[in-house]
Each structure stands twice: as structure tokens, then as C-alpha cells.
Design a protein around this ligand. Structure first.
Ligand SMILES: O=P(O)(O)OC[C@H]1O[C@H](OP(=O)(O)OP(=O)(O)O)[C@H](O)[C@@H]1O
Ligand SMILES: Nc1nc2[nH]cnc2c(=O)[nH]1
Length: 180
């Protein structure tokens, strides 16, 4: 059930880490780096639903080269702020075979989600795998994967906005915030 008071309290109990302008500039830089590396590869781009929806929608029009687009859907946080078991809702399709695949996600935190996607895509016969994450969280432990393309580094706090939710809310914010 939507709760307006809870949504407002979350904003009041959070700090802006990156303004909408800083987010947009980071998307520009990422698009340039991806274009330089993959502009001639005709990649299959897979967006990880649902958090990557805003980032993907902002990035794709900045990529001025041919690509195919599809999505996967995997989740391990749900409405919680700690990760749990990874649940596949929509797996990659057969057409990843022999393709250069670029997977886009909103955030690389502990890295389990992106590592599982890489393993599945490679098992299914992709020719090459690249990952692009808008936010890379700086955590104290080793990650099972490092992203090939990163927009911004974020501190080890629970962040939201630009596609990322907090208790299911505020994916629509143009800026990136963190809970206090
Ligand atoms: O690097 P990790 O620690 O694995 O975390 C990163 C994942 O967590 C979030 O997804 P979430 O499970 O919250 O699903 P959502 O995209 O539907 O919010 C985010 O969109 C990434 O896919
Ligand atoms: N919204 C959100 N989702 C995440 N998934 C993994 N880490 C985070 C985070 O800091 N914020």
C-alpha cells in the first residue's frame, strides 16, 4: 500500500550524493567509453530489470552505433537493504550465443548479481561479455567481478534514485541519494 508520509520521511532522512547534473555528466562519460570499446562490435545490450531501467533509458540514446537490445530480470534485494538469495525472473535468451554481450545495471554492490549474469551468459555461448554499471559501491570486501564501465563510485551506504529503490520507493529521482 503506498505510504506518502513514509516516502517523504525517506527524503528528509537522506543526503544528496550526486546531483542530476553530475549524474548526467557521468552518463555522457560512460557512453563515450562504451562507444570507444564496443562501437564496432554490434553488441547485444541486456538491461537488468528493474533497477537499470532509468540508467538504460538515459544511456541508449547516447550510444550512436548499431546494437540489439533485450533485458534480463534478476533480483536479490527485493524491498530490503541487504542482499539475499538470487532469484531469476527472466533469464537470458538463446540469442546471446556467439554475440558480444554488454550487460547494464544500476549498481555493482557485492557483485553477486553481475557475476551470476556473466556466468549464465558465457555458459550460453556468448563470444564476449562486458558489464556497465552506473554506480560502483566502494566496499571493504573483494568482489567476484569488476565492471568494465563505471559511471560513478559511491560510498558504502544504501543509495537510491536514478532507478534504485529504497523500500520499493523513489526509483524515479533524477539524483542519487543515500540514507543517513
Ligand atoms: O552487486 P549486488 O550486491 O548483487 O547488488 C546489485 C543488484 O542489486 C540491485 O537489484 P535488486 O536485487 O535490488 O533488484 P531490483 O533491481 O529489482 O531493485 C541492483 O539493481 C543490482 O542488480
Ligand atoms: N537501491 C539500492 N539497491 C542496491 N542493491 C545493492 N546495493 C544497493 C543500494 O545501495 N541501493
Amino acid at each position: 500500500m503506498p505510504n506518502l508520509a513514509e516516502a517523504q520521511a525517506i527524503i528528509e532522512n537522506s543526503d544528496v550524493l550526486f546531483s542530476a547534473e553530475e549524474v548526467s555528466a557521468a552518463a555522457d562519460r560512460m557512453a563515450a567509453a562504451i562507444t570507444e570499446k564496443l562501437g564496432g562490435e554490434y553488441p547485444l545490450v541486456l538491461s537488468v530489470m528493474g533497477g537499470a531501467v532509468v540508467f538504460t533509458g538515459q544511456l541508449l540514446p547516447r550510444l550512436m552505433f548499431p546494437l540489439d537490445f533485450d533485458y534480463v530480470h534478476v533480483s536479490r534485494y527485493g524491498d530490503k537493504t541487504h542482499g539475499g538469495e538470487l532469484v531469476w525472473r527472466t533469464a537470458p535468451k538463446e540469442d546471446v550465443k556467439d554475440r558480444v554481450v554488454l550487460v547494464l545495471d544500476d549498481i555493482l554492490d557485492e557483485g553477486h548479481t553481475m557475476a551470476a549474469i556473466r556466468d549464465k551468459v558465457m555458459e550460453m555461448g556468448a563470444k564476449a561479455f562486458y558489464s556497465g554499471v552506473f554506480a560502483n559501491k566502494l566496499i571493504d570486501q573483494a568482489k567476484p567481478i569488476a565492471a568494465d564501465f563505471v559511471g560513478i563510485d559511491v560510498p558504502n551506504r544504501y543509495v537510491f534514485g536514478y532507478g534504485m529503490d529504497v523500500r520499493g520507493i523513489w526509483r524515479n529521482l533524477p539524483e542519487i541519494r543515500a540514507l543517513k
